[in-house]
Design a binder for this molecule. Structure first.
Ligand SMILES: Cc1ncc(C[n+]2csc(CCOP(=O)(O)OP(=O)(O)O)c2C)c(N)n1
Length: 625
């Protein structure tokens, strides 16, 4: 780097994908792009002809992966990396499974394909079937699979509070948990190395705190060297193969792959003692975002590395949260009397720590969700943790343990004073609403006496407007709930709103189910020509109102009405399904059709979910769902 008069010369935004430049400024999503480029560079340097595939589906906190990958198309292409937006998450994962099969039959163009899947937590959930199958089948030797799961622990931008770690565990996938942008790079490269070695898909946990963050990072692709552990491989190894059987796959998974992942973590020191030394009595364990929280909490209590050592405290940063490197953990925990696990949401590290020391009969205590003696809740499983709360809990434990120094007490007093002062009042609060001019403003109105269901998309917001709309389903279930409700309801008809992006992702299937069950429902397919809420992406494939009408007609919809803000917008020869009628926008009219009607509301304007953020907690439901 050239420095003149204290000013760095030659720094440009283009550096972020230039592997000859480091350090670089990256946000977490850009780091995923650079990560792929770095993997290719490492392979090339090893003389390996590999290629890359990135596919998945948008959703916060990974809503902009597709847009970011598309912007980097030139760099990716030059590195033999393909970006392919998925139609939905599970089909994208199936494509990733395919990428691991490319060399199986001697037809491969490369020696391996390293692959990156991305998706929001609910997208992980719907992908469960593929994850299990594909992880059982395995990865290719010079390929490897990373699954970047976008987790929203506080439901800020989601219809549900979610955590994907356990979905990964359920499919026997190792999980790595970066604590920021640097570790998205470091753990990402580790993840592919692990995936190649163990034959497993690897989960890369991302959260808004770690991926919607920007940092100056060391972007040198060769910064890490991975060690291959001594491991007794079964005949045929652990990677994907032809002619496999489900029984053999399960045995390979249980007897070898899981242990290979543990051995790989140990050999590469993924979990580390950070502060303190052997002989310490109190140990604190955390990973990812909670590691950042813990570091902050300790600083609030006036504890730094020197003070920790003096107090007999040691901290342990876990990089691979599953499977936990048991040997590494035992080495660190030797001599400890009290182990505190700071972990939000459903406990993953805590249960493994308890398993690790269950038989050792040394009376070591583990405090996590609950205090072991008082049974009082320490680190709740609901919602999330924050540094203040952690500091309060840890400060209390240190006092109990006779290590409550003046600095710790002063830290606690400052926190309690700050809480009393209520010095962080909300400056503004308002519920999110549609962008001005948004078509959903009028298209979500219902006739008097009717009621509607919402779904996933911007129109979810109508639930807190005066629109007689309450209740919703997950993405792609829209209207299927009425199949179960209708036979037991005194109401004979409902409206169901369905965004065009959701229709494309999976909603068409729910429509088919409603038609097959012959329930009385009017779908309003809200065509705004964008997947608005996640950033206004174009639809994958060619989706037009005409095509939807033909699809629905072929499925057997009884009537299809095009409701538009501009009558006559479509030319007389437009390729509508037979019998389609067009009418001007008035969604408060009673549907003239008896049942199973599709209203296709089509408009031109979409502001793509650009609701201003005034107050994140209240507004975020409108941001990305
Ligand atoms: C399974 C799943 N994947 C992704 C998301 C993230 N997500 C929330 S809203 C949305 C866009 C929906 O687009 P569309 O149906 O066209 O509605 P619009 O926002 O345009 O009104 C997406 C992808 C999600 N909620 N669930």
């Amino acid at each position: 780097m050239n420095v003149q008069n204290g000013i760095r010369q030659g720094v440009s935004l283009a550096d972020r994908y230039d592997l000859t430049k480091s350090p670089v400024l990256l946000n977490g999503t850009q780091a995923l792009v650079r990560l792929m480029l770095m993997q290719r560079a490492r392979d090339k340097a090893e003389g390996l002809d590999t290629a890359g595939l990135c596919t998945g589906y948008r959703g916060s906190p990974l809503g902009a992966v597709d847009l970011t990958m598309q912007k980097a198309a030139r760099e990716l292409e030059a590195a033999q990396i393909r970006f392919q937006p998925g139609l939905n998450e599970d089909l994208a994962a199936t494509a990733i499974w395919g990428s691991q099969q490319a060399e199986l039959r001697g037809e491969g163009r490369h020696q391996g394909v390293f692959a990156l899947w991305y998706g929001k937590g609910p997208g992980v959930d719907r992908t469960g079937d593929v994850m299990r199958h594909a992880n059982m089948a395995g990865t290719s030797r010079f390929g490897g699979v990373l699954m970047a799961m976008g987790d929203d622990h506080t439901g800020e931008s989601s219809t549900v509070l979610h955590q994907s770690d356990w979905a990964m565990v359920d499919a026997y996938m190792p999980v790595v948990s970066p604590a920021g942008v640097q570790e998205v790079l470091d753990y990402g490269l580790y993840g592919w190395a692990l995936s190649r070695f163990s034959g497993l898909w690897v989960g890369l946990k991302t959260m808004k705190d770690t991926v919607e963050a920007t940092a100056v990072v060391d972007g040198n692709p060769f910064r890490q060297r991975f060690v291959t552990p001594e491991f007794r491989m079964p005949p045929g190894g652990l990677n994907i193969r032809l002619g496999d059987t489900p029984v053999a796959q399960e045995a390979r998974m249980i007897d070898f792959k899981r242990f290979a992942a543990e051995a790989f973590s140990h050999a590469n020191g993924m979990d580390k003692r950070i502060w303190g030394r052997p002989g310490a009595k109190i140990g604190m364990v955390a990973a990812g975002k909670n590691w950042l929280d813990l570091s902050h909490a300790l600083s609030l209590l006036g504890i730094d590395a020197v003070e920790a050592e003096r107090l007999g405290i040691t901290t342990y940063k876990v990089g691979q949260t599953f499977p936990l490197d048991m040997k590494g953990f035992h080495d660190w925990a030797e001599g400890l009397e009290t182990i505190i696990v700071i972990e939000e949401k459903r406990k993953l590290i805590e249960v493994q720590v308890k398993e690790a020391i269950f038989d050792d009969r040394r009376g070591r205590r583990v405090l996590g969700w609950h205090h072991d003696r008082t049974k009082e809740e320490l680190f709740p499983t609901r919602y999330a943790l924050d540094p203040l709360m952690i500091a309060e809990k840890i400060g209390g434990i240190l006092i109990e343990e006779g290590r409550g120094t003046e600095a710790v007490k002063a830290g606690l007093a400052r926190i309690s004073e700050a809480r009393r002062a209520d010095n962080a009042r909300d400056m503004a609060a308002r519920l999110p609403y549609f962008c001005s001019g948004c078509p959903h403003n009028s298209s979500t109105k219902v006739p008097e006496g009717s009621r509607a269901y919402a779904g996933i998309g911007c129109h979810y917001m109508v639930q807190w407007m005066d629109r007689d709309t309450s209740g919703f389903t997950h993405m792609g279930g829209e209207g299927a709930n009425w199949i179960g409700e209708a036979p037991f309801s005194t109401r004979d008809h409902v409206f169901q709103n369905l965004g065009d992006g959701t229709y494309n992702h999976s909603g068409a299937q729910a429509l088919r189910a409603a038609l097959a069950a012959n329930v009385n429902i009017t779908y309003k397919i809200l065509f705004n020509d964008a997947v608005a809420m996640t950033g206004g992406q174009r639809h994958d494939g060619a989706l037009t109102p005409m095509a939807i009408s033909r699809q629905m007609w072929a499925e057997g919809a009884q009537a299809i009405v095009v409701v538009t803000d501009e009558p006559g917008k479509y030319p007389s020869g437009a390729d509508w399904a037979p019998g389609v009628t067009e009418r001007q926008f008035d969604c408060t009219e009673q549907s003239p059709q008896p049942s199973q009607t599709i209203w296709l509301t089509t408009t031109r304007f979409c502001g793509s979910g650009m609701v201003p953020r005034l107050r994140r907690r209240r507004l975020s439901a409108a941001q990305g769902l």
